[in-house]
Ligand binder design. Sequence first.
Ligand code: ARG
Length: 470
Amino acid sequence: MKLWGGRFQDRTADAVERFNSSLGFDFELYPYDIKGSQVHVQMLARQQIISEEEKERILAGLEVVKKRLEAVRKEGRLPWQAEDIHTLIEDLLTEEIGSVAGKMHTARSRNDQVALDIRLYLRDQIDKIQAKLIELLELFCELAAEHLETLIPGYTHLQPAQPVTLAHHLLAHAQRLCRDLERLKNCRQRVNICPLGAGALATTPFNIDRQWAAEKLGFDRPSANSLDTVGARDFLLEFQHCSLSIMLHLSSLAEEIIIWNSPEYNFIELDDAVATGSSIMPQKKNPDIAELIRAKTGRLAGSYQQLAMVIKGLPLAYNKDLQEDKESLFDSVNTLKQVLEVLPVFLRGVKFNRQKMKEALSRGYLNATELADYLSSQGLPFRKSHQLAGKAVNYALSKNKGLEEMSLAEFKELFPEESEKLTPELMECLLPLKAVSSRDAPGGPAPCRAAEQLENLREKLNRHRKETEN
Ligand code: ARG
């Protein structure tokens, strides 16, 4: 049945019907649509816009409709056609309870109804995503705690730069994701505003109670402007941005896993349970999961862009363009949930090869900055120290050894003018663990600082966990 047939004499062309329908994808919203209708109908009865008896019949009917829709969802095949999920639910309700079903839509339009549905859906999904993100972050903390003194090369330009620890490296990823968690929490505040009562665009003459409905549905407050309410989708765009940010960060992590898993690096090994093989090359152990995460980031970037183009240039208030906000939203939510589901499993299957990481430290002169810093601490201007350290690297290269393998006598010979400044302490500074430990400025890689960082992060996560559980 159509919700709008009254002024039409001819039937809609089949192609138009098919093109116009959103049921193929907005079926996903049915639990939220029903929830919204239940509260709306209760509000109508409280305000004596419909009778108690009508309310009871509608609520009972909605329960039956919900069960029918649940059964169909399990089967995975829709036996009905309708313009959208809102129309379908009213059709099915009419089948159950007759024409009184038509009272459900009093003081409401599909415009505020659909805005309500996507806000309820998204709030629910944000809560699920937040919980998964917290779990992932807790895993990062667990891994970091095990590797506070595991040395690895730190890179800039993917060139070995200075030694850091694996804990510091993992915590860097965790910090990014923690900001994403906060972004998501922030976005939720703008999602959690109730559109119900905005009507088609100009509210309603009925004496509705927007505040009551908003509270009953767990919203912070009713929306402020009805025109804005039915046409606004910036809360979705914000969510798309939050999701994209998470995926961009995970794509960096995935990329590193892929590089570290290559035989050239060999920093990690993948458990059989999380690796894949090649159908032709028997020696292969591939990081498919990391590669898929890297690639799926593109879907979320696409979704962000798609929604931005839907919103662009739309005049107030509701336009049918807005029906196109859903598929990309569902895709982002589902992709993100899948990724956050598999990633912890995958990470638990990653074995870090401490020996290989340590060996990598002895290639690439990662302690050259250490040498320069040491000379500066003895009173040389840093520019001069930098020059001398460069000279030492050249020398060591010609001898095919590391700076730490040079003797104090060799350093003295190389820098005769600074000879009295060179003490055995220099040789100690050049040792990687010493180098890392000396970088103990707040936020630095020194194990004591990383432990502090870890503690702060854990506290933050505990707070977030408590908040999301409430
Ligand atoms: N299927 C529509 C959507 O997703 C529901 C709202 C329809 N409103 C309307 N005035 N045609 O946006």
